[in-house]
Design a protein. Sequence first.
Length: 468
Amino acid sequence: MTEQQTTSVSQEETALQELAARLRGTLLRPSDAGYEQACRVYNGMIEKRPALIARCMDVADVIAAINFAREHKLTLAVRGGGHSGPGLGTCDDGLVIDLSGMKGIRVDPSARTVRVEGGCTWGEVDHATHAFGLATPSGFISTTGVGGLTLGGGIGYLSRTLGLTIDNLLSVDMVLADGSFVTASAKDHPNLFWAVRGGGGNFGVVTSFLFQLHPISMVYGGPMFWPLELATDLIKFWRDFILSAPEQINGWFGFVTVPPAPLFPEQFHLQKMCAIVWCSSAPLEQAEELFKPIRAFRSPALDFVASIPWPVLQSLFDAVYPPGLQWYWKADFFTDLSDRVIDLHVKYGTQLPTMHSTMHLYPINGAAHRASMSDTAFSFRDANFAEVIVGVDPDPVNNERMIQWARDYWMALHPYSAGGGYINMMMDEGAENVKAAYRDNYVRLAQIKATYDSNNLFHVNQNITPNK
């Protein structure tokens, strides 16, 4: 090694030691204990090895890590809950800001708000808010990170009733690319606040979110299952019902394989079926009345709908989808579901390639339609359904088969779609798909990106190129 190389290595080591000293949390390198565990993300298909992982404990740690990445021209990734399908919370050779140590949650029951730090999962939020009989709209799996789901829009069980997660977001605290700290809301940095409501992690690191809470404690919900031969009639019934149903009721349709779990009678184990998973926030007697036409359609083979605590519904499928499975996602929005579209769903959805693989159709009408297409970065306010096709399995040997199924399924349906997908349920598919996800909002997003991150430091995401 030459003297110049020795000096360079020495300077690099000094810089790393200085960064470690500035962090209240831990700075992990590949040789450190805990690094291998810290590398793992929810999708087992993603295997990346960052040079550094900054396990941040507070905003000061985030500022130090951002400044270091910018000054040393390192690729920067930001990890909240780690659920990103394409693994956009990690990177090879760069620096990962890991927010999983930032777990602060503060409920203000009189204002009906909750302040949530960027490393929290929705299950942790539900635990804190349920004690006060309150909740805010989130997703479908309680291990999902608050940050990723919110910044992409937030489709979930309460979308028809209370809107998307971003429709219940009051403000965010953020660290920007230059290391400065801002609070963005409808009054402060309103352009930035508009952008983070659907624009993903393109604009900075959100260290905390302030959400509006609602008096939701018990819900009337859970899954119903029907045999596959009823698929065509069931989707048509569900489509017509959910488009005109009261906003208090929500239910997503799916093609599923019944897991071999004690909850299910043994004769249904590993059987492919149709499912609708319901959630009604109406009082019990009113909810039971709402469900009469549902149960009158055809008696479900399995009916688990009952009055249950909101956190129970939110975590119902956590055990079926533990961290580390292989995941491959494809997504689209639909304005309507024609008979031709339904026929294609039945053709491909009944061919689930593995037990964990599935297709879901989420309704996003009702309260989610109150905002206009330009009110937030999330643009598909005119769509009625969000489709996600997911190949999932524990064994990588099945990846090729389930990826091909998902792609074939998506290709068959895409010509009938609204033209773009939900960024939280897409793989890393390039600039054109990102533009399709934002439609007319993309130009404004690119301008805001240029204002707050002109050099695209935050590019490990569904990336919006700064319009300089």
